[in-house]
Design a protein around this ligand. Structure first.
Ligand SMILES: NC(=O)c1ccc[n+]([C@@H]2O[C@H](COP(=O)([O-])OP(=O)(O)OC[C@H]3O[C@@H](n4cnc5c(N)ncnc54)[C@H](OP(=O)(O)O)[C@@H]3O)[C@@H](O)[C@H]2O)c1
Length: 308
């Protein structure tokens, strides 16, 4: 019999991963869904099919009969609260798979408390925007006990993800650190595109021409092409729900800068990213999107935040 799965935290990433687990994970029991806002879990269960997904109204109920429990909530604080509640019951022999982006110290702490309860903790941060998660194209980085990672692997490549960076038997905190290094590449790329497109507009070249250049040079489907398109089309301020909420972008940035400080690494670029993310938050509040850095750079350059 296949392991019974549960998913806690049905935000942008959790919803997409849950859908793919059901569609491609060869489960032979319904995926159990839990979310703080239950209506989101109910809506997802309706989409997936009530015979293939079951809503739990508490964390305890979701964890009780599951063998593998995925978690993906927003911040470190919420992650710790989620695990504290999940670990109140008998969890011996269960595997917890944490897909959130968290500080390595949080990851270490969670690995320890989970092990103390006789369960196993896999830090499994994921790379990819919500559209990639939806398409099952995430890059997954599992780290933790090798036996547990082996049991998890059937649900990663070809199900929720396109590739694995296997860090079996390394501390989950190392995967958390890799995720932050990876996010520094992404955040700096977004900063770079925001500045370049603004320069193109200010010099009369045209941001559309600069976007065309990025697409021609790096490919329209590349992250460079995709972010340039989001910016020129206004898809950095027009959505009701952000693709990466500004508070989560700031959380990642603060984690990256904290790792840099602790390791004696100077990251001037990330300090600039933080400055622009704070400007997005000030302009758009908590509905702001990380890609709004374009608006922040525009504003500093004497243009309107919104490009239309
Ligand atoms: N979006 C991305 O591009 C992306 C990519 C890779 C990794 N990540 C990481 O994955 C994690 C989730 O990101 P996301 O974009 O899916 O986030 P999201 O859409 O903002 O969803 C956040 C999730 O956390 C829950 N939550 C928030 N505050 C809570 C609280 N106080 N108590 C209980 N639950 C709470 C939310 O529940 P409600 O529905 O009740 O609010 C929701 O399930 C984050 O660590 C993020 O950094 C995101």
């Amino acid at each position: 019999m296949a392991p019974r799965l549960a998913y806690l935290g049905l935000g942008n990433i959790g919803r997409a991963m849950s859908k793919n687990l059901v569609e491609k994970g060869n489960l032979d029991s319904p995926l159990v869904l839990y979310n703080r806002t239950t209506s989101r879990a109910e809506a997802l269960a309706e989409t997936i099919g009530r015979d293939r997904a079951k809503v739990a109204s508490t964390i305890a109920e979701a964890v009780k009969d599951a063998d593998i429990i995925f978690t993906c909530v927003g911040t470190d604080e919420v992650d710790k609260e989620t695990y504290a509640t999940a670990l109140e019951g008998d969890v011996k022999g269960k595997i917890f798979v944490d897909c959130a982006t968290i500080h390595p110290s949080t990851s270490d702490e969670l690995a320890k408390v989970v092990a103390e309860k006789g369960a196993e903790y896999i830090g499994c941060p994921v790379f990819g925007a919500p559209a990639m998660a939806d398409a099952g194209q995430l890059v997954c980085v599992p780290a933790g006990p090798a036996g547990a990672v082996t049991k998890l692997k059937p649900y990663l490549k070809g199900v929720v993800g396109r590739e694995i960076i296997d860090m079996s038997d390394r501390e989950p905190s190392k995967a958390a650190a890799l995720k932050l290094v990876g996010n520094s590449f992404v955040l700096l790329m977004v900063e770079m595109i925001a500045e370049g497109l603004t320069l193109a507009e200010k010099t009369g070249v045209g941001s559309d021409v600069a976007q065309n250049f990025l697409e021609t040079m790096f490919g329209a489907a590349s992250p460079m092409g995709a972010y340039a398109k989001r910016m020129t089309s206004g898809d950095y301020y027009k959505r009701d729900e952000p693709l990466l909420a500004i508070d989560l972008g700031l959380k990642d940035t603060n984690h990256i800068l904290s790792l840099a400080k602790d390791s004696g690494t100077r990251m001037i670029g990330m300090e600039t990213v933080k400055h622009h993310l704070e400007a997005v938050k000030e302009h758009a509040g908590s509905k702001g999107d990380m890609a709004g850095m374009y608006g922040a750079v525009r504003k500093e350059s004497g243009l309107k935040y919104e490009n239309e």
